[in-house]
Design a binder for this molecule. Structure first.
Ligand SMILES: NC(=O)c1ccc[n+]([C@@H]2O[C@H](COP(=O)([O-])OP(=O)(O)OC[C@H]3O[C@@H](n4cnc5c(N)ncnc54)[C@H](OP(=O)(O)O)[C@@H]3O)[C@@H](O)[C@H]2O)c1
Length: 331
């Protein structure tokens, strides 16, 4: 079938293109052409989603039957796609758990029982929720919204897991959140999510689906141990209490990527993914994900990219030195 990927040249979208080509689809990508090219075999179409005429212009003579939308972050982008693509058989939209008003910190029960943002305010979560409503109303049956949690894997330029891999590979004394290592965390491999998105679009599935890894699949400490195993980094973990981290100005999630303070961590990854499992979202062994991410990272020459103007993840060197010195004074 003719399958359009809105996006397709960055992270998740690249994997969607690969999965769709493997399943024999005629694949086109739609991007501005700023972030590079899609995998070979896809036809690259160009335009800006913010421009109402760009999609109809790019799609003249090539009418998609299926859409996987990985690049929608603004309200105009959602409206323009709704106007141009309402007639497709299947439209799989990549949303976020941030579409829920109550996440973070959660916990999140089944999709239909949890409130999503319905305000006019501009923001990542409210915009995703708005896009779900606008696109859902336009496409009707055949519109599925995948509310993703933490996506990881090769081509992940957001570099949260990537920062830990680099840091652990360098070896030495590595600051870890003392309470945080036991905290549960759930992740979804971009390749698992991508293949699944193509499948649900083909089937014309509808509704909302929490697309993250199974609750309790691992802990932050378990993930860091895997990073050590995969990189062979010779590290000594230096557990620093949460109180000291916060007191020193360590920003959760950013300075120590993937770490959340205990109050949020207890519930943030307690997300009901029953529907995702029923619809066949796979969850490959985490070791495979971490290994593939590390392998890709060593060949990558493009560097990191912080979407949405997010700060570059990682613990600044001066803060690391300060935390280690303080730890030594105490012990
Ligand atoms: N990473 C996570 O943990 C996480 C968690 C939850 C949800 N998500 C969602 O997952 C998706 C991630 O997808 P991704 O990593 O493949 O891509 P992405 O970084 O969100 O989007 C980048 C893609 O969109 C294109 N693009 C950006 N602005 C555009 C515009 N104005 N017009 C046309 N194309 C545009 C880019 O190409 P050009 O720059 O060349 O235009 C690129 O192909 C996002 O929707 C994100 O919100 C991510």
């Amino acid at each position: 079938m003719r399958l359009l990927v809105l996006g397709g040249t960055s992270f998740l979208g690249r994997h969607v293109v690969t999965a769709a080509l493997e399943r024999g689809h005629d694949v086109a990508t739609f991007t501005r052409g700023v972030s590079g090219s899609p995998p070979s075999g896809a036809r690259p179409l160009h335009g800006d989603r913010e421009d109402p005429d760009a999609l109809p212009r790019a799609l003249a003579g090539w009418a998609p039957e299926l859409v996987v939308d990985t690049s929608c972050r603004t309200r105009p982008a959602a409206r323009h796609a709704a106007a141009a693509l309402a007639g497709v058989h299947g439209y799989a939209f990549v949303s976020s758990l941030n579409a829920y008003r109550t996440w973070p910190p959660g916990p999140l029960g089944p999709e239909d029982g949890e409130p999503t943002w319905d305000t006019d305010e501009d923001g990542y979560g409210p915009n995703k929720a708005y896009a779900e409503r606008v696109l859902g109303a336009a496409v009707g049956e055949g519109f599925l919204t995948a509310r993703a949690g933490l996506i990881v894997g090769p081509w992940d330029y957001v570099h949260r897991l990537g920062w830990w891999l680099d840091r652990i590979a360098r070896g030495g004394r590595v600051v870890v959140p003392a309470e945080g290592t036991a905290q549960p965390i759930a992740l979804v491999d971009a390749r698992d999510l991508a293949g699944w998105l193509v499948g649900v679009a083909e089937q014309g599935r509808s509704g909302a689906v929490n697309t993250t890894g199974p609750t309790g699949m691992t802990t932050l400490g378990g993930l860091l141990d895997l990073c050590r195993e995969v990189t062979g980094g010779e590290v000594e973990w230096v557990p620093v209490p949460e109180e000291d981290l916060l007191g020193a100005g360590v920003e959760p999630w950013t300075h120590l990527p993937l770490w959340l303070p205990s109050a949020d961590a207890r519930t943030a990854w307690d997300v009901d993914t029953t529907r995702a499992r029923e619809l066949g979202l796979p969850s490959r062994p985490l070791r495979e994900t971490v290994g593939a991410t590390w392998a890709w990272q060593q060949t990558d020459t493009r560097g990191h990219l912080s979407p949405m103007g997010l700060p570059e993840p990682g613990l600044p060197a001066d803060l690391e030195t300060q935390l280690l010195a303080r730890h030594d004074q105490r012990t």
